[in-house]
Write a protein that binds this ligand. Structure first.
Ligand SMILES: [Zn+2]
Length: 218
């Protein structure tokens, strides 16, 4: 008996014949990044597997040459500076909703800090340290990003840093998650923040997960 070679046709984002995405869990190894595409109307989750792990997140509208993108400035404008609540939106630099938050077990996130970047570690005397900006550029390279300078200001998921504090204020527990609904076809990038100094990220950077293809509960 000959079994078909499924490995030849498997991809990370399989779809059913009706075009709907199949649920998949993608583990992002500690201190690394992950890029994924979602279609308008699809849901996905970012999950903190071990607790106190920040995930820098950015998104770009497909087929715009990475020009239309998630904007924290536009999002702060619409939300009066507050972290979005369930049902509220994240906005693009074209003033359009790109994602809706449909579930959130933490409700504490940051919309003010940039991603950690290579020079930030170099100034601390640490060379070749991974960074969120570097992670995002790495995973966005297939989409045309040539440098971490192309990374937009992130939505820092599970980052509890009100008023620019940089204390290790852990807010997420193992299994906590935030779920989004895509309002447009978009490319998303998530970085498991490698910042392991001064107790940030619980003092130890740990794996996180992205779950794509979640059926909408509506
Ligand atoms: Zn970081």
């Amino acid at each position: 008996m000959v079994f078909p070679d499924f490995t030849a046709t498997q991809d990370a984002f399989p779809r059913r014949l009706d075009g709907k995405a199949v649920p998949r869990t993608h583990i992002i190894p500690a201190a690394h990044g992950f890029a994924f595409e979602v279609k308008k109307g699809e849901h996905f989750r970012v999950v903190d597997l071990y607790g106190e792990q920040v995930v820098d997140f950015a998104a770009w509208v497909q087929d715009t040459d990475l020009v239309e993108k998630l904007s924290m400035a536009y999002t702060r404008y619409h939300l009066d500076g507050a972290t979005p609540a369930i049902g509220e939106y994240l906005w693009t630099n074209k003033d359009e909703p790109i994602l809706q938050i449909v579930d959130d077990t933490v409700k504490v996130h940051d919309m003010t800090f940039m991603s950690c970047f290579p020079e930030m570690y170099a100034k601390e005397g640490i060379k070749h340290h991974r960074s969120c900006a570097g992670n995002m550029a790495e995973v966005m390279k297939p989409y045309g990003m040539s440098s971490y300078l192309g990374v937009t200001d992130p939505f820092n998921i599970f980052q509890n840093t009100p008023n620019y504090t940089l204390k290790p204020l852990g807010s997420s527990k193992p299994g906590d998650y935030i779920e989004f609904k895509a309002m447009k076809d978009c490319i998303c990038a998530a970085s498991c923040c490698p910042y392991d100094l001064r107790g940030f990220n619980g003092g130890k950077v740990t794996d996180v997960a992205v779950v794509t293809g979640i059926p909408a509960m509506e």
